[in-house]
Design a protein around this ligand. Structure first.
Ligand code: UDP
Length: 254
């Protein structure tokens, strides 16, 4: 079967040319990386689960009027998205201290933060995605003050909404990462959520047990990584009935 033209291959996803101008196909791999790609591995079935979980979250965001690049899921591992100009920032929203914040500031993991904190990292693999301030972002032209206003407002809205969504299924949204893109429609530019929202980009802890249900299981060699991603999908009500075996299904069903 003729494959679509590949435009970009990242650590966990591949982008292909879409069926019509202004669209792309986002393919979810099982590959996992951590610590700026120094640690590499495969989490079997992860791509299928992240495709589903991200679809679910993007659809829920659309319902509350948060714009995203998502159009529709095409098959087990692919979704159709709008082509956007990616803003070179990783926007992290935190509710509870963990990961790099705990390491950098010496705040014990699990400490609730007095209020949600939004951080910006400059997307640059060679530099290891350094933490940057708004000053750097506007001075170097990565985003304007107006863009940052929109990004901050959308990030906090997504945080409130997703915190409630996950709370409803017994999961604490500790932190997560968002990416944003610029979308032009009739000379008008809109900032929309891009990339994915999944256990690869969120810290999700079981409310009762504190068990980690996210990529930290891979980063920290905690085992039962696939099971954690499945558990998130199951709680969100999107695990296919046939179970795990079904998830490994054909890679591309046209
Ligand atoms: N994150 C991500 N991609 C990155 C870095 C971080 O998706 O390249 C997510 C990560 O999964 C976590 C949040 O952003 O949910 C905060 O990550 P942190 O800054 O604590 O970095 P880490 O401990 O992952 O190095």
């Amino acid at each position: 079967m003729a494959r679509r033209r590949q435009l970009y291959e990242g650590k966990a996803k591949i982008l292909f040319e879409g069926p019509e101008p202004g669209t792309l196909v986002q393919y979810f791999k099982d590959d996992a990386t951590a610590f700026n790609a120094q640690k590499k591995g495969v989490i079997t079935g992860k791509g299928v689960l992240n495709n589903r979980i991200s679809e679910f979250i993007m659809l829920r965001l659309h319902e509350i009027g948060v714009p995203t690049h998502f159009v529709r899921r095409l098959n087990m591992r692919e979704q159709l998205i709008r082509e956007v100009e990616i803003i070179p920032l990783e926007v992290v929203v935190r509710n509870v201290a963990a990961g790099s914040l705990s390491a950098r500031l010496g705040i014990a993991e699990g400490t609730p933060l007095p209020r949600s904190i939004v951080e910006y990292y400059y997307k640059n693999d060679a530099l290891g995605d350094p933490l940057v301030a708004e000053e750097h972002i506007t001075a170097f032209g990565w985003a304007s003050v107006q863009d940052l206003d929109d990004i901050m407002a959308l990030s906090l809205r997504v945080n409130d909404f997703l915190s409630g969504l996950f709370l409803g299924v017994g999961i604490r949204l500790v932190d997560f990462k968002l990416e944003f893109g610029r979308l032009w429609e009739n000379e008008e530019m809109r900032i929309v959520i891009a990339d994915e929202i999944s256990p690869d980009s969120c810290r999700l802890w079981d409310i009762k047990t504190g068990e980690k249900l996210d990529k930290d299981r891979f980063r920290r060699d905690l085992g039962r990584v696939e099971e954690a991603y499945q558990e998130v999908a199951r709680r969100l009500g999107i695990l296919p009935e046939a179970g795990v075996r079904d998830l490994k299904g054909p890679e591309t069903m046209q």
